[in-house]
Ligand binder design. Structure first.
Ligand code: ADP
Ligand code: ZN
Ligand code: MG
Length: 481
């Protein structure tokens, strides 16, 4: 059987305020007045200057924040930070590259080695993004807004064995980039671009690798790798050879298509960038940068499982959604201060089902929810103590969001409290028993489940507010008479 071998090359646009080698605003940054991706299409070439347009006589100056971001990532991935690093020119001709070369890093990248999800990282380096080409009506247009945006490239060792593993790696990297505020790493917006190198082999010798480009989503990464593994198997089964080439993923046809051969190795004629001095990394405040690495996704998973007694599956929603997770943590601490013995499960359930349902329905984020964590915790206290049924709790959540009031106040105003008055309940039970003689007969003949039907009838009378345990108890007593 063939064993697949996969290595990834991942490019990420950093969200620094300004570009890599000039003072232009970076359109990939979330803040700042630079044309955002939406505006950008309307207003091409808004964030440009002689430097990122490569006018003769201009000089680049490296963006310290971009270098620091990559160093920070390197430390978070347990990579080696070298003492010195430098920029190099990667020479090639293409209309999206105004200088005729890209400033990149060749033999002295900012980060060497590292590891993530048991996959070894070869290196992480810094370069500049190219312009965007637009082909329309037979013309080719060039938008330089993206030219010179800080671009980080991470290369993995060929340690990955399946498309699924590749996606898991890329997703975890995306989380880390977001946690460290390095990039939003949105694949659809092109802020994170994944290239997959795929080969297969029957023994320990590596087979010929194919590089797959144009992967614009995690789905595409998985599908393209799976497809490529199968395609290479079929090629080899036919007795043919896998061609060393670059292929593109065709999203519509769900196939990879040959783009260009790689028989002749590219000669980029790399040489040190003479306009930028080599970097002395010891001059950077590495301890300060390390201190900026707060809790990473994996540490957060472990803490949440331990601290809140949640399952690995349950915590994942908080790893991805940090606003929801902040709301959860604040609510839990409010809950614990009122009811130290309460566990988090009920709060978790209401938050991830009812509250999340409400904010999804209203298409608002949790930050726009008009229920303070204190009030939400109060609601959970009422539910834990059995003072309100789950039916009432659901209604209360809507009322709380609409009014911003705390649950006790709403209960008082709307008369929503749970009814536990035995006499009052008993009266309705008698009535339901009289009105449903057939069901009562069935129950007495041994159809125990019919009690749910009778409880339901009674509950309806109380608009869902009767204490369900009490109802059940009273019915059982009355029916066994
Ligand atoms: P190139 O010189 O063609 O760019 P590199 O050695 O720089 O090749 O590797 C680029 C990427 O390809 C890395 O992610 C690496 O892990 C991966 N890679 C190398 N050899 C193989 C192989 N035989 N099969 C799959 N991936 C590979
Ligand atoms: Zn510029
Ligand atoms: Mg390479």
């Amino acid at each position: 059987m063939y064993k697949p071998i996969i290595g990834l090359e991942i490019h990420v646009e950093l969200k620094t305020e300004t570009k890599m080698f000039c003072g232009c605003l970076n359109p990939s940054a979330s803040s700042g007045q630079a044309a955002s991706s939406g505006q950008e299409e309307k207003q091409p070439n808004a964030n440009i200057c002689p430097i990122c347009l490569a006018h003769p006589g201009t000089l680049p100056k490296a963006n310290k924040k971009a270098v620091e971001a990559v160093l920070k990532l390197g430390m978070a991935l347990n990579g080696k930070i070298p003492e010195t690093s430098k920029f190099d020119r990667k020479n090639y001709f293409y209309p999206d590259l105004p200088k005729g070369y890209q400033i990149s890093q060749y033999d002295k990248p900012l980060v060497l080695g590292g590891e993530l999800k048991d996959i070894k990282i070869t290196r992480v380096h810094l370069e500049e993004d190219t312009a965007r080409l637009l082909h329309q009506n037979g013309d080719s247009l060039v938008d330089f807004n993206r030219a010179g945006v800080p671009l980080m490239e991470l290369v993995t060792e060929p340690d990955i064995k399946t498309g699924e593993e590749a996606v898991a790696f890329a997703k975890e990297l995306q989380l880390i980039l977001r946690y460290l505020s390095i990039s939003e790493a949105n694949m659809e917006k092109g802020q994170m671009r994944v290239e997959a190198n795929v080969s297969i082999s029957k023994d320990d010798k590596f087979g010929t690798k194919v590089e797959v480009k144009n992967l614009n989503s995690f789905r595409a990464v998985k599908d393209a790798i799976d497809y490529e593994i199968k395609r290479q198997e079929e090629v080899l089964e036919k007795g043919e050879k896998v061609r060393h080439e670059t292929r593109g993923w065709d999203e519509n046809k769900k196939i990879t298509v040959s783009q260009r051969g790689k028989e002749k190795a590219h000669d980029y004629r790399y040489f040190p960038e003479p306009d930028l001095p080599p970097m002395d990394i010891s001059k950077f405040d590495l301890d300060g940068l390390r201190a900026q690495i707060t809790e990473l996704p994996q540490q957060k998973r472990e803490r949440f499982i331990k601290e809140y007694d949640l399952t690995p599956e349950q915590v994942e929603i908080f790893i991805e959604n940090r606003d929801l997770s902040d709301y959860f943590e604040t609510s839990v601490s409010e809950l614990k201060s009122e009811l130290p013995s309460a566990n988090c499960q009920l709060l978790y359930n209401y938050l991830t089902s009812d509250i999340r349902g409400l904010i999804n329905e209203l298409e608002i984020g949790i930050k726009k929810l008009n229920i303070s964590p204190e009030n939400f915790a109060d609601l959970i206290v009422l539910a834990v103590k059995g003072e309100i049924s789950s039916r009432i709790a659901k209604d209360l959540i809507r009322e709380m969001h609409a009014s911003g009031n705390d649950p006790r106040q709403i209960i008082k105003e709307k008369g929503l409290g749970q009814i536990s008055d035995e006499k009052e309940i008993e009266k309705i039970i008698q009535q339901v028993i009289e009105e449903n003689p057939l069901a009562v007969e069935d129950y007495k003949k041994g159809k125990q489940n019919i009690i749910q039907f009778l409880i339901g009838k009674t509950m309806k009378n109380f608009k869902g507010r009767a204490n369900p345990e009490l109802l059940k108890k009273l019915f059982e007593e009355n029916l066994s008479k």
